[in-house]
Design a protein around this ligand. Sequence first.
Ligand code: SAM
Length: 235
Amino acid sequence: MRGLLEQGLAELGIAPPAGAVEKLMRYGQLLLEQNQVMNLTAITRPEEVATLHFLDSAALLGCAGLAGASLVDVGTGAGFPGVVLKVLAPDLRLTLVDSLGKRLDWLETVCQALGLEGVTLRHDRAEELAQEPDWREAFDFAAARAVADLRVLAELCLPFVRVGGRFLAMKAAGCQAEVDAAGRAVSVLGGRLLPAWHYAIPGTEVKRTVAAVEKIAPTPKGYPRRWARIRKAPL
Ligand code: SAM
């Protein structure tokens, strides 16, 4: 895993801080161990954890200057992309949100094991949390990978982002139709679509896209709506 990570990070133009590669290797070990008893990932080969989880998550650093910024990872699951970003950019002010408490309990032990400081973990549904005044428009960035269709995801994520900040949705390549279909939702929620950012995951043939949205106006008070409403009538 070490060689793949070192080479892949170099290809992405990322200079890892001292000890970061070792931390990612430890994270991979903890992930695969815990995956025996808890459903965390369908990826079980260490090389694929390195590429499809770690390098994919790391690639987000090439698309936005995250140093010193605050970022909420919505639907973080086993910590992607948030934990990887924090390992590689230790001054990132990271918040992990997921609706599954057991995953966050495990992530807390991971943050301790990796010595990651200042990570906030919150067990909640994004659409409920984003209605809380302290959480609303409180972050420079919201990021999400593999959580929902962009129309839905925009409603879960954009309310967290301050005006002038960005929402970054990590998607498969070929998501242009999904991005186009989300145009109205993005605009209703106070956002403006930026040009998508394309990359390949080093060491693989996998191509990926980050759909980026700039927050240009506050999200109107009625959003996000309740989950049943979002699902039944996406914007
Ligand atoms: N982002 C991770 C990744 O890329 O591997 C996890 C993806 S997993 C398929 C989706 C995660 O989103 C799950 O852990 C689920 O519990 C969480 N999730 C789904 N809807 C959510 C919501 N409305 N609020 C918070 N978390 C949510």
